[in-house]
Design a protein around this ligand. Structure first.
Ligand code: AMP
Ligand code: MG
Length: 267
């Protein structure tokens, strides 16, 4: 899975990363589904252990262009996981009150507590992506944010949060297909936002902003993974694998009990 990891200091060139890649898995789409089921089961058990141990925190950041598959990842990777232990925080256009504060204000309060997995569906990275592309604040302001973000994530990591960040990498053609599919299916119309077409026109600017953000904020303590995401099944498999491998390394333990279960009599 390390093939999709962006090493600290590595300069990312998204055009050079194949959105159709599926080379880390030798099977076909059908066997991938079976593989994902196994990973779902493992994740379910790991989440329960995380919850029982009540020590560590896990933050998953999902970023992608529109139709990139953030919702799909949440639906498929966490299938079977107890909803009590996982929380999703979606970051939309900031409210007036949020805009009255610094951009991390609304984010910090959604970070995971002990024993919790939190998935950020969009995140503080929007403040160096959409905000930069649309010049919602001047460059002198957004250009300082990479450093804030690194420091913010270091704070979280130092205090016991494991952070994984995924950029779901699709290309312009794939987005076109997915937007068309949303138009063709009445049950998907609600997902279609005509404004997405304006963002689509700014694709190059977004890629530039993503490349800078990922290059400047992939750290040992909060790594970015650029996940080829044209194939949904592959994207799910890669993210589930990375999550399971990361949680397995946390060396979690069930809490020590203060009683002898053999000596307890239940009348
Ligand atoms: P969606 O995720 O499709 O529901 O759309 C949420 C929208 O909110 C996207 O267009 C984001 O770019 C936008 N958004 C999220 N965070 C910010 C932010 N900090 N500033 C401006 N727009 C944002
Ligand atoms: Mg959208």
């Amino acid at each position: 899975m390390q093939r999709y990891l962006i090493k600290p200091g590595q300069k990312v060139n998204l055009a050079k990363i194949d959105t159709n890649d599926s080379s880390a898995f030798s099977g076909d789409k059908k066997s991938a589904k079976g593989e994902l089921k196994k990973l779902n089961k493992k994740l379910e058990a790991l989440q329960e252990l995380l919850f029982a141990e009540h020590k560590q925190r896990v933050l998953i950041v999902l970023q992608a262009m529109d139709t990139g598959g953030k919702d799909g990842v949440i639906r498929h990777v966490f299938e079977g996981v107890n909803p009590q232990g996982v929380r999703v925080a979606s970051f939309k256009v900031p409210t007036p009150i949020e805009l009255d504060h610094d951009y991390l204000w609304r984010v910090h309060k959604h970070t995971p507590g002990r024993g919790e997995i939190v998935v950020f569906n969009r995140s503080h990275y929007e403040d160096v992506l959409v905000v930069r592309v649309h010049e919602l604040v001047p460059e002198t302001v957004w250009s300082k944010r990479y450093e804030h973000i690194n420091q913010f994530e270091r704070l979280l990591a130092d205090e016991g949060t494991t952070i994984l960040k995924f950029y779901l990498h699709i290309d312009l053609d794939e987005q076109k297909e997915r937007l068309k599919a949303r138009l063709d299916d009445a049950s998907k119309h609600w997902k279609f936002n005509p404004d997405d077409l304006k963002e689509r026109k700014l694709w190059k600017n977004y890629m530039q902003a993503y490349e800078d953000a990922i290059s400047r904020t992939s750290t040992e303590y909060a790594p970015w993974y650029v996940v080829p995401a044209n194939r949904k099944w592959y994207r799910n498999l890669i993210i589930a694998s990375i999550m399971v491998a990361t949680l397995e390394k946390l060396n979690m333990q069930y809490p020590k009990i203060t009683f002898d279960p053999k000596k307890i009599v239940i009348e």
